[in-house]
Design a protein around this ligand. Structure first.
Ligand SMILES: [Zn+2]
Length: 481
């Protein structure tokens, strides 16, 4: 009896040993499988799905109905309508208003449709719903993207630009949130497939996103940078500056004139900036230490990559100490060989308004399951870093306010907000009567600061054409609850 008992005990012990080992092995395999699945779902699939040449993409599109894109306040910007026969149509309720920023999908992909493609064809819901869909052989509905875009601001910018070729970028400096982004001419994203040959062959480059890819001479908006270089080279002692404007400055056999030949007379630095005196700034340009000037411009992200998730063009700046004096002077007033994108100028203004710190432009706020019940991923705001010191930014803020108080942007005076900014009238051809109208600036008040950058191709002066567009966006912002 006793012997049997001990045998039983031993056997039981062996069983337990085997059990726990087998359990361990199975658990191990299970953990590895989960790990692989998670890795595949999260890491590998994001790359494979985003690769347009990957066959998995097709599988996903066959299994998942493309998700919706929402404005920051929840209004629908894009969704997929499914007909009774199963035909799927991508619907853009605002038509051409959001065209370049939303982009299109189905005939290639651009804009947010491209940026958020992975999320839009990925389905996150509670397991039971996935299981039921599987049983019913029903397609899953892709996740919803909530953007940072504001319908009122986008509509205001879109309408204000009218039929004018150009772009408007609206950013929130403290977060980098892109509140509006317009490029004209535009198109209806829902009609891209049917109008492809016309759109792609248009001489107006309809499909080009001018806000991010259009390269323009900055004109007098660049004086903001020239001013900063002057302040740096003179240890911020602007009280020592004075200039007598006689309407033009000559060098060799070329001369640089003030806008419409205005003679600005006796100027201190603030008034020279506010009135956008070409003579004063061209004169300043010939005294600069070129390596420091180039260093500053590159610190402000010229000839450099920008922290942007969208395709964009790089802004360029070239100047050598050995270049002719006339080129130094032209460069200081934003003519010369300098080229910029509207988004870059908006980012520069955004850093100035945010005391020197540039926030990465942010288009997406979060991904939700299609019912909105589950937040799948929240995208944090990201600081790019300080591109100038807080003291430098504050000095520039003061000068930019003077442009509204006593200069070329006085139309932006309001008792509801304080506007600041710089106008530009950029020549771009040998015909001196042709110019792009620019405005870069921001408003402060009892709402978060808001930056607006406007460019209107060939429209004329910044003061006359671009400032009223910015004003309409500022007014729309302050009209919102
Ligand atoms: Zn002048």
């Amino acid at each position: 009896m006793q012997k049997k008992k001990s045998v039983e005990k031993r056997t039981k012990g062996a069983d337990t040993w085997e059990y726990s080992n087998i359990l361990l092995i199975f658990t191990g395999i299970f953990v590895l499988m989960i790990g692989y699945l998670v890795h595949f779902q999260v890491v590998k699939s994001r790359d494979t799905i985003n690769n347009p040449y990957n066959a998995r993409l097709e599988t996903f599109e066959q299994r998942v109905i493309r998700g919706s894109i929402l404005a920051a306040d929840g209004q629908l910007l894009a969704y997929t309508r499914v007909e009774e026969d199963g035909t799927e149509t991508r619907i853009y309720p605002f038509g051409c208003t959001f065209s370049h920023v939303l982009g299109y999908s189905g005939y290639g992909r651009t804009g947010i449709e491209d940026l958020g493609h992975f999320q839009l064809v990925t389905f996150n819901a509670y397991f039971i719903e996935k299981f039921i869909n599987e049983l019913k052989e029903q397609k899953d509905i892709g996740d919803t993207l909530v953007t940072t875009l504001d319908v009122d601001l986008q509509t205001a910018a879109h309408d204000a630009l009218g039929d004018q070729k150009g772009a408007v970028v609206v950013l929130e400096p403290s977060t980098g949130n892109v509140r509006a982004l317009v490029s004209k001419p535009d198109y209806d994203p829902g009609e891209v497939a049917s109008e492809w040959s016309e759109l792609s062959s248009s001489g107006d480059s309809v499909l080009l996103n001018r806000a991010l890819q259009g390269l323009y001479p900055p004109g007098s908006t660049f004086k903001t940078i020239t001013l900063l270089e002057y302040l740096r080279e003179h240890q911020f002692r602007d009280e020592d500056y004075s200039f007598l404007c006689e309407g033009k400055v000559s060098v060799g056999n070329s001369s640089i004139s003030c806008y419409h030949g205005s003679r600005h007379g006796e100027l201190d630095l603030k008034l020279a900036f506010a009135k956008s005196c070409n003579s004063a700034f061209a004169d300043m340009g010939r005294s600069f230490h070129v390596p420091s000037f180039k260093n500053l411009v590159e610190q402000l992200l010229f000839n450099s990559d920008l922290p942007l998730d969208f395709p964009y063009s790089k802004s360029s700046f070239q100047l050598k100490a050995s270049d002719p004096e006339a080129l130094h002077m032209m460069t200081a007033i934003g003519q010369g060989d300098t080229l910029v994108t509207p988004m870059h100028m908006a980012m520069l203004m955004s850093a100035i308004a945010n005391d020197g710190v540039l926030m990465k432009p942010r288009f997406l706020d979060r991904t939700e399951s299609y019912t909105g019940a589950m937040v799948v991923e929240k995208y944090p705001t990201e600081e790019y870093g300080a591109i100038m010191t807080a003291e430098e930014a504050e000095a520039l803020q003061d000068y930019l306010r003077a442009v509204v108080e006593e200069g070329t942007a006085s139309a932006l005076q309001s008792d509801r907000y304080t506007a600041a900014g710089k106008t530009g009238t950029a020549e771009y051809s040998s015909d001196k009567n042709k110019s792009h109208a620019w405005f870069i600036g921001y408003v402060s008040g009892d709402k978060p600061d808001l930056v607006v950058c406007v460019i209107m191709e060939g429209a004329g002066s910044g003061s006359e054409y671009a400032v009223p567009v910015a004003k309409r966006v500022f007014e729309a912002y302050y009209a919102e609850e």
